[in-house]
Every structure is written in structure tokens, then in C-alpha cells.
Design a protein around this ligand. Structure first.
Ligand SMILES: *Cc1c(COP(=O)(O)O)cnc(C)c1O
Length: 235
């Protein structure tokens, strides 16, 4: 097959290999397995393969680009929960709002304003993760930690967005242990922001951990891991 495709059977086999690793990480941290959701990051595969991923029993789909994600949503969006996980341009909000369920990359005021405005027009609330650049890596998107407190104050009156979680991207490293402080830092932000008592700021969820570092992320409190290559890369 010329398309980037993966079959239900292969996804199920990979999932069966992933599960014990997730469970072991939960056990090491004294957490319950149900606290951790797997987002299948389907950016490496094309539209027909999304049906296979859903058929394999995965219910959270993550896409990082509007152009690639929309056709998949149009074909399969009736099923599952759809996560927009990549950098979101302000002028693309209108294309994805009311379709994707969760936005993981809220990282600037102009984006918050546009999400709020478009959500209000549709009579909905946009569910967002605040993306914080905990590691301080220059190449990555995300709010600079020094701007977080001002940001949550400035958005606190936006009634049509809800910040229900925090998201971070850790730098790629050989040994995932090295990025533990990044994940721990995001968890500390969660506790700090929850204590502010702002109405639209209830960041109980932590979106962190990818194929190479999800176990450490789970140990540090991840509630959504975003897994692409080890689970849904093409066969
Ligand atoms: C691609 C991507 C992932 C998944 O990465 P893998 O290493 O393939 O698991 C997670 N989050 C975001 C934002 C991504 O763009």
C-alpha cells in the first residue's frame, strides 16, 4: 500500500506491548491506570488508517497540523475525542473550533482571544491546555514561565475558554531520566495555578510524555500521554 497506513492488528499488537509499560510506571508512582489517557498521535499516517486506530480501541486522537488533521476529522470525527496538539495559528482557529474537542497549545494572548471569540459565537466553551515552555528550549513553542501568572490573570475574564490542563514538550534526549525535572516542573505549575482559585483555570490535567519519555512523564503525574511513533507509525 502506497499510503502511510497501519492496520488494526498492528496497532493492537503495539498497544499490548505499551500497556504493561504504562501499568508499571503507574505502579512505581502509586497511581491508578485509569488516571492516564493515551492520545494516539496520528500525524504519521493517512486518513484510512484512522479507522484502524479507532477500531483497535483507541479513543483519543491527536493531530498537530490543521491541514492534515481536518480531513481525518471530517472522515472520523463522529467517533472518539479529538485533540489538537500542535502549534495553532490564530487565523486557523475558525477551521478547528467546534470540531476538535481539546486544544493543547494555548500559548499566547492573541490565541486565547480568538478561541474565546469563536467559542462564544458558537455558544460553546473551548477546552484548553496551557502550554508552558518549562525546559526553556528556544526552538519550542509555549509560554515562557515568567509570563504564566500574567497570562492567567489576563485571560481570567474570558468566559468561553477553560484552561483544564497544562501541556509541555520536553527536549529530545537519549535518557528520558534527564527530562524528569521538566515534567515535575509542569506538575508544580499545576498545583500553583490550581491554588489561585480563578474560575476558568482548573488545570487538573497534565499533557506530557511522548514515545521516548512517557514512562517518566507518568511517574511525574501525566494524565494524557501523546504517543505517536511507538503506537501508530506506518507498518
Ligand atoms: C509528534 C508529536 C507527539 C508524538 O511524538 P512521538 O515521539 O512520535 O510519540 C506528541 N506531541 C506533539 C505535540 C507532537 O507533535
Amino acid at each position: 500500500m502506497s499510503e502511510r497506513f497501519v492496520s488494526r492488528e498492528v496497532v493492537q499488537k503495539r498497544l499490548a506491548e505499551l500497556e504493561p509499560r504504562i501499568l508499571a510506571a503507574c505502579e512505581r508512582a502509586g497511581r491508578k491506570r485509569e488516571e492516564v489517557n493515551i492520545i494516539a498521535v496520528t500525524k504519521y499516517i493517512e486518513v484510512p488508517a484512522i479507522g484502524e486506530v479507532l477500531a483497535a480501541g483507541l479513543t483519543h486522537i491527536g493531530e498537530n497540523r490543521v491541514q492534515d488533521g481536518l480531513p481525518k476529522y471530517e472522515a472520523y470525527g463522529e467517533t472518539g475525542t479529538w485533540h489538537f496538539i500542535g502549534h495553532l495559528q490564530t487565523n486557523k482557529v475558525k477551521d478547528v473550533i467546534g470540531k476538535f474537542d481539546l486544544f493543547h497549545s494555548l500559548d499566547r494572548l492573541s490565541l486565547a482571544e480568538e478561541l474565546n471569540r469563536r467559542a462564544e459565537a458558537l455558544g460553546i466553551t473551548a477546552q484548553c491546555f496551557l502550554q508552558i515552555n518549562v525546559s526553556g528550549e528556544e526552538t519550542k513553542f509555549g509560554l515562557d514561565p515568567k509570563d504564566v501568572l500574567a497570562f492567567v490573570q489576563e485571560t481570567s475574564n474570558m468566559k468561553h475558554i477553560r484552561i483544564m490542563g497544562l501541556m509541555t514538550m520536553a527536549p529530545f534526549v537519549e535518557n528520558a531520566e534527564e527530562v524528569r525535572p521538566v515534567f515535575r516542573g509542569l506538575r508544580e505549575w499545576r498545583d500553583r495555578l490550581l491554588s489561585l482559585g480563578i474560575d476558568n483555570l482548573t488545570p487538573n490535567e497534565l499533557s506530557m510524555g511522548m514515545s521516548n519519555d512517557f514512562e517518566v512523564a507518568i511517574e511525574e503525574g501525566a494524565t494524557y500521554i501523546r504517543v505517536g511513533s511507538v503506537l501508530v507509525s506506518p507498518e
